[in-house]
Design a protein around this ligand. Structure first.
Ligand SMILES: *Cc1c(COP(=O)(O)O)cnc(C)c1O
Length: 427
C-alpha cells in the first residue's frame, strides 16, 4: 500500500511524529492537520528527480491546491516557484516573499482590471486567448514585456471529466493551429513571448498522457520556434501528477517519470534545433495532497436501512467526494490496529443526501467518540471548503518537528456574516 500512513506504539495514527488522537483532543474537530516535513520531502523528491536528468528545471507549485500561508512559505523556503490562477493567489504569493519572476499567472477568462493588477506585480502572464492578448496590449505598455501562452496540446486526462483541461472539449488555451499566428501577433504588438505552457488535467497516475502532451506541446513549440522565430526561455508542461488515494493505487515512479519525460523533451529540442530552455512543471496535488489529513469525530452511529457513521464535518469542509465522487481513504485514528469487520456509510452533517465521505466502506467497528482521519486532504480540500449550512471554516494545524501550531483559526459565526449589510428599511 502506497498511502502515507504511520502508526505509533499506542496504535494511533501518527502525523509527522504527533499522535493524531491527541491533536483532535487538543484542538477539537473538524481540523485539518498539515505535515510540514512531508511537503518538504515531496518537493525535494520531485525537484531532485528532474534535475538529475535536466539541470535547468523549475517547479511552479500550483497553489490552488492549498493556499495556507504556512504551506506557501514552506515551499518558498525550499526554492519553489508558484503557478497562480487568480489575482488573489498572485497577491498572497508576493506578500509571502515570492518575487515576480517566481510567479506564473495562468488565468483564464480574466478581465482587464485583473490583467492589469497582475501585470503590475511583475508576475509573468501566461495568456490563454487572443482576446486576452489584445486586451493586455491596450492596458499595459507591451514594450518588451515577457509573456507566455497556454496552448491546448489536444491531449487530456484526469481523475474526473471536470479535471480534464486539454482536448476539443476544453475551454483552456489557444489552438495548436493558431499558435504561430498568435506568437507572431504578440511580437507585432511589442511583447516578448518567451514561454509556452500546457496543462492537460489533474490526478493522473498513468504516465502515458504526459508523454503525449509533452510530445505534442514540443511539436507546437518547435513550429513556433521555426515559423515565428521565437527563442523560448522556458517550456512549461503543467501539473496533474496524481497521488494514490486508494490502498490499491501506486505512487508514480517519479525517477522513471522524470527520466522518460526529460528524454522526450531533449529529443524534441534537438529535432527542432532549439536552445536549452528551462523546463517548468506545475505540480499541485503531488506536493501537498498526502501532507494533510482532516480529523473528524464520530458523533452518531445509526443503523437504519444502512449503517451510517455520522461525523462532525461535511462537504462544506471537504468537497471532493461529493463533487467528484472521489475516494478518500479513512482510518479510525484511535484504532489503527483493528481489522475491518463491517461495511458502513460515513456521512457528514450537511443537510443533503449527497453528503457522504464513503459508501459501503469496510471499516473496523466504529463507536461514537472515535476520531476518524480522512487522508489525502492536503490538496483541493480546504481550498474548496465553503460556509454552506452556515458552518464556519475549520481550523488548520501545522505539525512541524514534532510540534503542533495553529496556522488558521476556526471561523466564528460573526466571521461568516461580517460582510453582509442590513438595508436601512429592514433595520
Ligand atoms: C490546477 C493546475 C495545476 C496543478 O494540477 P495538479 O493536478 O494539482 O498537479 C497546474 N497547472 C495549472 C495551470 C493548473 O490550473
Amino acid at each position: 500500500m502506497d498511502l502515507n500512513i504511520k502508526v505509533n506504539e499506542k496504535n494511533h495514527l501518527d502525523i509527522g511524529g504527533v499522535d493524531a488522537v491527541e491533536i483532535a483532543k487538543k484542538y477539537g474537530t473538524p481540523t485539518y492537520v498539515i505535515d510540514e516535513n512531508r511537503i518538504r520531502d515531496n518537493y525535494n523528491r520531485f525537484y531532485n528527480a528532474f534535475t538529475k536528468y535536466y539541470s535547468d528545471f523549475k517547479v511552479f507549485y500550483a497553489c490552488k491546491a492549498n493556499t495556507n500561508i504556512a504551506v506557501l512559505k514552506i515551499l518558498e523556503e525550499e526554492g519553489c516557484c508558484v503557478d497562480a490562477v487568480s489575482p488573489g493567489e498572485v497577491y498572497i504569493s508576493k506578500k509571502l516573499g515570492f518575487s515576480g519572476d517566481r510567479i506564473l499567472f495562468t488565468g483564464n477568462n480574466i478581465k482587464d482590471d485583473e490583467l492589469k493588477e497582475v501585470a503590475d506585480t511583475g508576475a509573468l502572464l501566461n495568456i490563454d486567448s487572443v482576446s486576452a492578448l489584445k486586451r493586455l496590449a491596450k492596458i499595459v505598455d507591451p514594450d518588451g514585456m515577457k509573456i507566455s501562452f497556454r496552448v491546448n496540446p489536444m491531449v487530456g486526462a484526469g481523475h474526473h471529466d471536470h479535471c480534464i483541461t486539454g482536448g476539443v472539449m476544453s475551454k483552456f488555451g489557444i489552438m495548436d493551429s493558431e499558435a504561430v499566428e498568435v506568437y507572431s501577433l504578440a511580437k507585432d504588438l511589442g511583447f516578448n513571448p518567451v514561454g509556452m505552457h500546457s496543462h492537460i488535467g489533474s490526478g493522473i497516475l498513468d504516465p502515458e498522457p504526459f508523454k503525449l502532451a509533452i510530445s505534442s506541446t514540443m511539436d507546437i513549440a518547435g513550429k513556433v520556434h521555426q515559423e515565428a522565430d521565437i527563442e523560448f526561455e522556458f517550456l512549461d508542461f503543467g501539473g496533474g501528477i496524481g497521488v494514490p488515494y486508494t490502498p490499491t493505487e501506486n505512487t508514480v515512479d517519479i525517477d522513471k517519470f522524470a527520466k522518460e519525460n526529460v528524454a522526450l523533451f531533449k529529443d524534441k529540442l534537438k529535432e527542432y534545433k532549439m536552445n536549452n530552455p528551462t523546463m517548468y512543471l506545475e505540480p499541485g496535488r503531488y506536493l501537498v495532497a498526502d501532507a494533510a489529513a482532516l480529523l473528524v469525530s464520530v458523533n452518531s452511529v445509526k443503523q437504519s436501512y444502512r449503517k451510517f457513521i455520522g461525523v462532525d464535518a461535511g462537504f462544506n469542509t471537504l468537497l471532493r467526494p461529493a463533487m467528484y465522487d472521489s475516494y478518500h481513504h479513512i482510518v479510525v485514528a484511535n484504532k489503527m490496529n483493528e481489522e475491518n469487520t463491517e461495511e458502513v456509510d460515513i456521512a457528514g452533517n450537511v443537510c443533503e443526501s449527497g453528503d457522504l465521505f464513503a459508501r459501503d466502506r469496510p471499516m473496523p467497528k466504529i463507536d461514537e467518540g472515535d476520531t476518524l482521519a480522512i487522508l489525502n486532504a492536503g490538496a483541493y480540500s480546504f481550498t474548496m471548503a465553503s460556509n454552506y449550512n452556515t458552518r464556519p471554516l475549520p481550523k488548520e494545524v501545522l505539525v512541524s518537528n514534532g510540534e503542533t501550531i495553529v496556522v488558521r483559526e476556526e471561523q466564528t459565526y460573526d466571521d461568516i456574516f461580517e460582510k453582509q449589510t442590513m438595508p436601512e428599511h429592514l433595520k
